[in-house]
Ligand binder design. Sequence first.
Ligand code: FAD
Ligand code: UDP
Length: 366
Amino acid sequence: MHCKYVVVGAGLAGLTVAERIANEKNEKVLVVEKRGQIGGNVYDSYNEDGILIHNYGPHIFHTNDREVYEYLGQFTKWNDFWHRVLTQVDGNLIPMPITLETINRLYNCSMTPEEMERFIEARAVPMDEIRTSRDVALSRVGEEIYQKFFENYTKKQWGVDPADIDTSVISRIPLRYNRDTRYFTDKYQGMPRYGYTRLCEAMAASRNIRLLLNADFQEVRKELTWDTLIYTGPADEYYGYKHGRLKYRSLDFVFETLDCESYQEAPVVNYPNDYDYTRITEFKKMTGQENRKTTILKEFPKAEGEPYYPFPTADCRAQFALYQKEMEQEKKVYFLGRLAEYRYYNMDAVVRSALNLYRDRIRTEG
Ligand code: FAD
Ligand code: UDP
């Protein structure tokens, strides 16, 4: 079968490009997806108790990119939601990221912002060069806070010491000398009112889009020809692993529905130093749903399994660069998204890349 446009993967990356081709360019596009549903990792669904859960882990939309916010806003209304996280340290639940509230709760005191600055400054470890995630944390907050909040969480999440992964990981977590305990400070934040799956269905609603679900591209590849291919699956898989398998971090998601209205004080509680899981999400506290039961999710990190997080080391990036070289030789094959670009992308950044790819390359081509 010949299709002018084929998109591999019906996650946010693939759907954004497919939507633009279908609705702006008014061309037909085939979307090949190996799972039985669309949405990729933002897929959500109602469980048997009628509670909306995020099947692949908690997803909170946040961005400073107004165009991305407005683009997605064509497909969903947003519920206001300011994400907050508590973390269990020394037996207490303390706000994360590190803010004035965190320090005051941790040390049972009432510092002012200026006192906190002096306090942190006295503990931060001076460094000539920041090379790893450990360096990031130590140079910002010093040994004690690093050990209590970052060291063990990171070991659990990545299976290695923070000194063995690059700066990008712990740099995701800000340090604030004020009382703003929101997890993100982006201008636009929210939850899609009817969930991410409904958002994705609206993106894919065009008659120009044909969805082929339960279809692994590696298996259907020989049956298809195309003028332009947009590939959002794993880079190494596309090239038959010729430069070896790229390393990813995976997760086991364990859901429990409890016969109580509320389980914990915040939508997410992190457990840096206890248990084998990293965090517990209580979905009702993100969606605002009412139900006499509640569903929680525990995340257990692991090495093998579905690829969720590209591994953040220089060696892994060097290995990916071998694939990237191959990609640059391709004509009218575009690689996009968390798996194909091997990048720790947030949702808004993936949509931004997809819009750019469409605008700069696909819109203008014949
Ligand atoms: P994916 O969603 O992975 O989509 C890729 C699609 O390609 C999948 O559907 C896959 O099945 C399909 N595919 C793969 N191989 C093939 C093949 N051979 N043939 C056919 N189809 C194939 N971002 C935020 O902004 N906020 C958050 O709070 C947040 N929380 C997250 C929590 C977790 C646990 C994880 C893992 C990610 C989180 N993210 C969050 C990131 C977010 O999930 C990604 O940015 C986004 O989903 C990436 O979209 P994508 O289309 O690139 O990839
Ligand atoms: N992190 C940590 N302690 C925490 C939360 C996060 O050490 O309480 C580190 C950890 O290495 C994690 C990274 O910061 O992988 C990024 O955290 P984020 O919450 O952004 O992770 P994600 O939601 O992407 O899994």
